[in-house]
Design a protein around this ligand. Sequence first.
Ligand SMILES: [Mg+2]
Length: 256
Amino acid sequence: MANPSTFLVDHHHVLERVTNLFTMPGLPAAGVFCRDGPPSLLHFYNRDVFAEADAAASLPSPPPEPEPSSPSSPSSPTPPQRRNRIALSLYDLDGTLIRPKSGYKFPRGADDWMWWHRDVPKRLRADVAAGRHVIVLSNQNLHGRLLRDWKDKIRMIAHEIDDVPIRVFAALDRDKYRKPNIGMLEYVLRMYAERGWDVDLRKTFFVGDAAGRTGDHSSDDRNMAHNANLTFRTPEYHFNQPFPRAKTPDEIALAW
Ligand SMILES: [Mg+2]
C-alpha cells in the first residue's frame, strides 16, 4: 500500500517543480515550502525525516519474543506506541548560518548569500552524524518580490547542502511566532509530538547572533533561548567549538 506521507512529499515535489518554472529558472533549488501551517509562519524542508524514519522502522525485524505465560498477571493492554527521541540543533539564519556575499547589510537578490563561516556545511553535517536534527528559526520582514527572492535563496541553500536534512521556519509578522516569543519553537515541538517524536530540550541548543552584545541589532535570539529555557550560543562561539563526534545508529538509539 502506498505510504500516504510519501505520496504527500511526491505531490509537494511536483508542485515545487512547477513553481520553480515560474520563479527563478536557472538557480539551483531543492526542497518545498509547506502550505498547511499558519500564514505568518513559513515552513520549508528538503527531506521528510519523519517519513524516512518510519520507513526505516518498518524494515523486516526479528519476531517479538513470546510473552512468559503468567496466569496471575492481568492481560496487558495494547503496547505503547514506539516513540522516537531526538535532540535539535536550532540555528538563526541571517548573521548566523549565512551573510550577504555582496558585503551589504541586506542581500541584493536571491543569490546574494554566502556561509557565515566556512565550516557551516561541515558543522551541519556533523550535527546530523551526531544524531541531531537541524532546524532554522528566523524572523523576517519580507513581502512581494523580496519574499520570493528569500524563498529562492532558501531553496539554493538547501541545494548546496542537499545531503543535510534541514527545516527552515520564518516568522513573518509581529505575533507569537516571532522571536523572542517561543511560538515558533512550540510549533516545532508540536509537529514532532504529532509525528510520535519526543524532543530532548536538555540536549537542544539555539545559536543566534542577536545576543544583545555591543553592535548587535537586538537580543531576540538570546531572549528566545532564555524564554524557552534553552542553551544559547553565539555563532562566534559555536562555530569555533570542536565538531561533535559521529555516532553509529546503535549508539544513537542507546543514548536514550
Ligand atoms: Mg540573525
